[in-house]
Write a protein that binds this ligand. Sequence first.
Ligand SMILES: CC(C)(COP(=O)(O)OP(=O)(O)OC[C@H]1O[C@@H](n2cnc3c(N)ncnc32)[C@H](O)[C@@H]1OP(=O)(O)O)[C@@H](O)C(=O)NCCC(=O)NCCS
Length: 181
Amino acid sequence: MISIVPLTSVAPSAVENLLDLAFGADRHGRTAYRLREGMDASPALSFAALDEEQRLLGSIQCWPIEIAGPDGAVEPLILVGPVAVHPDHQRDGIGRKLVDTALAQANGTDSEPMMLIGDAEYYGRFFGFRAEATAGWELPGPVDRDRLLVRLRPGQKVMREGVLRPRMLPTAATDRQLRPA
Ligand SMILES: CC(C)(COP(=O)(O)OP(=O)(O)OC[C@H]1O[C@@H](n2cnc3c(N)ncnc32)[C@H](O)[C@@H]1OP(=O)(O)O)[C@@H](O)C(=O)NCCC(=O)NCCS
């Protein structure tokens, strides 16, 4: 029996170990990591899969990023991933449960479009992520265009040309600096 819980209830070191197992310890150089550099994962959209003994078998993290168009317009996006399942438990439905949970949460809160870099056969087939709208996107590193995917809910649109980057949210420190003394 697998339970899905907020990722904030799991030790960060356990998540890092799982990601090393699923993707290899050299994963940090990947373009997706550069895309959310300096950001914290969105707590409401990040989940863990635990077994009955509370062992971590899978995780999903989502990150606030944005796309900046050539005309200066900026739109928010959500970067999905990494999605990781422990090698001993892959293909048991855990990945699908994790992605379904994050997507349901995003649908319920009418969130920004969700994008990821991943296998189209998996993320397209089960969750409706597609590459068509991403051909004009620029990223801070190399990317296989077939793996650059976005999921749009009915009626939802996304900027077709622009540069993807971490979302420039004002920090608490910046807020304080801006507040009149
Ligand atoms: C990719 C991953 C998240 C999928 O999660 P999972 O729990 O193993 O897979 P699920 O049980 O949810 O889904 C199983 C189905 O997806 C298919 N599938 C799983 N991984 C796939 C992949 N990378 N590409 C295409 N199809 C895939 C399986 O064939 C299976 O299909 P079936 O039901 O017709 O037999 C997981 O295997 C993982 O962490 N892999 C290591 C990291 C990795 O390689 N990621 C690549 C994607 S970015």
